[in-house]
Design a protein around this ligand. Structure first.
Ligand code: PRT
Ligand code: MG
Length: 208
């Protein structure tokens, strides 16, 4: 039986491919160069599909892929219904944080009980984080370039991923509160896990 692994382009693909290649499973094309969405590997029983990072859980949940690699940020935001999430792969690490414009007194705003406008791709995570703090927020859903929102007055704060902090710095923003440590997780289709376990388990051991 052929196994299909769902990956997103960029850091998830690169870091997963690096692990796979150590055990001789080598992608036959580079998704940054090829337009192909289905990529065969040197192992005839394993193929890759290339999807948006936020679509990985959907493909796996509905059986478009047997397993996949998804950021914890995506899983926190969309939930893990219908997925088996066995391992932290410890790759694509970063943190989810609250950031504001330099000079914006976040602590004072929180203390005063001000209502904050928060721009983010992660509206569910943001709502939960601020609800736990007892801070009222209005969320503004964005799909990218969140760092811009406080600079043009769209929002008081953003909830975004930070790794080196260079993007925030380059845009005059500061990280004021960590929300969660993020890394990539293995996600598995529950039916595949039952039917193809003998084939999947050795690959899990390698990835782990
Ligand atoms: O691009 P697309 O909308 O399809 O999806 P995506 O942007 O979520 O995909 P991608 O490939 O950028 O990220 C895939 C996964 O990598 C995310 O879901 C995270 O789990 C993980 N990851 C790890 C990161 C980062 N580190 C990261 N730094 N994802 C995004 N970033 C971005 C961040 O959003 C910010 O814009 O990088 C910028 C900050 O980086 P620094 O180093 O300047 O702090
Ligand atoms: Mg991206």
């Amino acid at each position: 039986m052929k196994l299909t692994l769902a990956l997103s382009k960029g850091r998830i693909f690169e870091e997963t491919a690096e692990i796979l290649s150590k055990v001789g499973i080598v992608p036959q094309e580079d998704p940054e160069k090829s337009r192909k969405l289905i990529i065969e590997t040197s192992n005839p029983d394993i193929r890759l599909i290339i999807v948006r990072a936020s679509d990985v859980p959907t493909y796996v949940q509905f059986g478009g892929a047997d397993f996949g690699v998804a950021g914890l940020d995506v899983l926190m935001e969309k939930g893990t219904d219908g997925l088996y999430v066995p391992y932290d792969l410890n790759i694509a690490k970063c943190r989810m944080s609250v950031a504001v414009r330099e000079g914006f007194d976040y602590a004072a705003a929180v203390k005063q009980g001000s209502r904050l406008k928060v721009a983010t791709k992660y509206v569910n995570c943001a709502r939960e984080h601020f609800a736990n703090k007892g801070v009222h927020i209005d969320t503004i859903q964005l799909y990218g370039s969140m760092e811009l929102a406080p600079l043009v007055g769209l929002a008081d704060a953003i909830v975004d991923l930070v790794s080196t902090g260079n993007t925030l710095k380059a845009n005059g923003l500061v990280e004021v509160e960590p929300i969660a440590d993020i890394s990539a997780r293995l996600v598995v289709n529950q039916a595949s896990y039952k039917r193809k376990r003998a084939q999947l388990q050795p690959i899990f051991e390698l990835l782990k």
